[in-house]
Design a protein around this ligand. Sequence first.
Ligand code: NAG
Ligand code: NAG
Ligand code: NAG
Length: 424
Amino acid sequence: MVEVNMWIVVALCVSAATLTAALDNGLALTPPMGWLAWTRFRCNIDCDNDPDNCISEKLFRQMADLLVSEGYKDAGYEYLCVDDCWLATERAADGSLQGDPKRFPSGMKALGDYVHAKGLKFGIYADFGKTTCEKYPGSEFYLKQDAQTFADWGVDLLKLDGCYSDVRDYDYGYPSMTKFLNLTGRPMVFHCDWPKYQILAGITPNYTAIKESCNLWRNYDDIWDNWDGLSDIINYYVKDDDDFMSYSGPGGWVDPDELVIGNFGLSDVQERVQMALWAMLPAPLIMSNDLRNIRNQSKQLLLNPRLIAINQQQLSTSARRITTIGAVDVWTRSIMPAGTQVIALVHMNITRNYAVQARVTVQAKEIGLTGSSGYDVVETFDGTSLGHFNPDDTIGPLVVDPTGVYLMTATPTSSIPEKKLDNN
Ligand SMILES: *[C@@H]1O[C@H](CO)[C@@H](O)[C@H](O)[C@H]1NC(C)=O
Ligand SMILES: *[C@@H]1O[C@H](CO)[C@@H](O)[C@H](O)[C@H]1NC(C)=O
Ligand SMILES: *[C@@H]1O[C@H](CO)[C@@H](O)[C@H](O)[C@H]1NC(C)=O
């Protein structure tokens, strides 16, 4: 319980995250950042016809190289994660999992070594059930052996999916894997799909138990590379069923799924919505895109130091939608230094097939800026100062594009010297 008390010191309000013990493996004290193959490369195993994009050691080595050479690692993106379809169709003679011999000819340990030599961390995928979602060998009846295999390969993060399993087994099954991972002696971030499949089956997840056993958990459908998929997830987080956001905090984070920024399906303003909300929630920042071929604008967004700094605070506070102004949702999150608020104005809708910008004019206190000494407000994406605002002052008009976002950081004026107000 010692670590819990530590969080209470820095927390700005007492939430379930501060009251619930997190998995005690010393990991994920801030939301993990990295890259995962799934949404962009899925289960493309056709290396004969599509050698550059198939799930293979070549693809992962290229992405590892680019995480480093393009500055993503320096910005914090450190986990290079394999998803489904890396496995051979059969286990080895001794029962251990093995990579597909044609697509991963050097073996998974060699890939882990390559990733580590780049200063990155190695993430892998398995499934709690009989088979993975794409019908490769599952870990049912092999959890202990597979945990040891992953430790032997130098795995730093395990995503354990839940296809082809019985959700009634999860409440003891996922904690068993937590124990087996712990017994290997190698700290591994443990990502669970435990609540996601329980919710799909109509079972209310026990988030207290989940947080004790997992560093990350998914509780909603997979993201898709389009606005419908993204806005669906955002609306689920608005509803916050069973108060799930309150369990998210250092050591254990709810995961709304990958960042799809830099792919095909989102417009520029929609990409900004995802980055703003994922930074704020806060969510793990796990990209799924092709780092060999990414728009400069998308890359700059993913590397935005002000958004990453908001995301990487060691705090239990989560973003909430506090109100709605016309077509615009107002989200806020408290961050450090004390009293600082991040405010997102998110315009979720395209009205009747034509785009109408929202113009928001509010008194500062209406968007949570109630501190009597006022705030210095900065537009967060580019860091430009918007000026000083007291609670009764009017802010705006702020223009918010349809399916777009206006993001601000408001720092209490007394808490930092005037000189530091500019973006750094
Ligand atoms: C295993 O669990 C113990 C007790 O919770 C913890 O102190 C230790 O750091 C864990 N080890 C690993 C490798 O996760
Ligand atoms: C949820 O899990 C916690 C911790 O394991 C346990 O103490 C509690 O009884 C569980 N709640 C329910 C409703 O099962
Ligand atoms: C990409 O954007 C950054 C920041 O806006 C800019 O400094 C850089 O010159 C751009 N690079 C290219 C290749 O356009």
